[in-house]
Design a protein around this ligand. Structure first.
Ligand code: NAI
Length: 281
């Protein structure tokens, strides 16, 4: 896609790029293309798990390692960002991990310490980041904050398990903070993204089934990571300055579909086969 300079002059911080499959990576590439400059951040453990430093070079960025569940790390991060840029225009939060999900603990047998960690990493971290940004007076009036959610916040997807709870909390934090940030013209929204083949996505058992189901049910098919990056640009730009507290579906139409032909036809075939078998017996 050609650049249009929508984010020219804007400065920010993008959390959660681990490797080139990450949604945050696609958002960073798109924001850079549109003229934004930003700091990239991830948990210190991602130093050895990912390739963030390579990305940083390609988008002329600096990496500041910070665990988004630790207040001391975030305080130091926002102080450093202030030294680089002064106040910033945007924050992207693309952080998530389901600890029970990763360790294949079913929802009926949750380990509650892991569950608390899942909520802390995947949802409370957004609150913490915004609180530190506000405490440090790090954001300009009129800025934009963005996080990434999934429709499992509203509907039950069997294998999404505890992450559905985490996303419901995340979307509530978006609304509750949004009501308070409005007086400064700062907006906060969540993109509810299609299943996407990333490290976090593929950590969910049954991910391939969720991916294929989403792709078949969505009139436009699953939205990929690069289109998520493009959509994110619109939400970081001034064109969406009156949009706040929303969960915005970036899912190829999945959220408005009941059942699509791509699912009806194989079901009809299966039912016909079953009928023929029972007629023959
Ligand atoms: P990813 O694995 O590339 O990104 C998740 C990031 O969270 C990683 O960079 C990881 O290092 C970071 N992280 C984990 N614990 C952290 C901590 N304590 N402090 C700072 N960072 C930490 O996967 P993806 O898919 O790009 O995930 C980004 C967001 O998108 C997540 O919130 C995820 O739930 C959400 N999402 C993903 C979908 C998918 O199918 N991949 C669909 C809908 C939403």
């Amino acid at each position: 896609m050609d650049h249009s300079g929508l984010l020219k002059g804007k400065k920010g911080v993008i959390f959660g790029a681990l490797n080139e499959t990450s949604l945050a990576w696609s958002i960073a590439k798109a924001a850079y293309r549109e003229g934004a400059r930003f700091v990239l951040s991830n948990a210190p453990v991602a130093k050895r798990l990912g390739t963030l430093e390579n990305l940083a070079e390609t988008v002329e960025s600096t990496v500041i390692w910070a665990d988004a569940t630790k207040s001391s790390d975030l305080e130091s991060l926002f102080n450093q960002i202030k030294d680089y840029y002064g106040q910033i225009d945007f924050i992207v939060h693309a952080i998530g991990m389901g600890v029970n999900v990763r360790k294949r603990r079913p929802y009926e047998k949750l380990n509650y310490d892991w569950y608390a960690k899942t909520l802390d990493i995947s949802a409370v971290s957004l609150h913490r980041i915004v609180q530190h940004a506000m405490d440090g007076d790090s954001m300009k009036n009129g800025g934009s904050i963005l996080t990434i959610s999934y429709i499992g916040a509203q509907r039950s997807f069997s294998h999404y398990s505890e992450m559905g709870d985490a996303k419901a909390l995340l979307e509530s934090i978006v609304r509750t903070w949004g009501a308070r940030l409005g007086e400064r013209g700062i907006r906060i929204n969540a993109i509810s993204q299609s299943p996407t083949r990333t490290t976090a996505g593929q950590g969910i058992s049954g991910f391939d089934a969720m991916f294929e189901f989403g792709d078949k049910m969505s009139p436009l098919g699953n939205a990929d990571a690069d289109s998520c990056g493009d959509y994110a640009v619109t939400l970081l730009s001034d064109l969406t300055r009156m949009v706040t507290m929303q969960t915005l579906y970036h899912d190829g139409g999945f959220s408005s579909i009941g059942i699509a032909n791509a699912m009806v036809e194989p079901m009809m075939e299966m039912l016909n086969n079953e009928q023929q078998k029972s007629d023959q017996s």
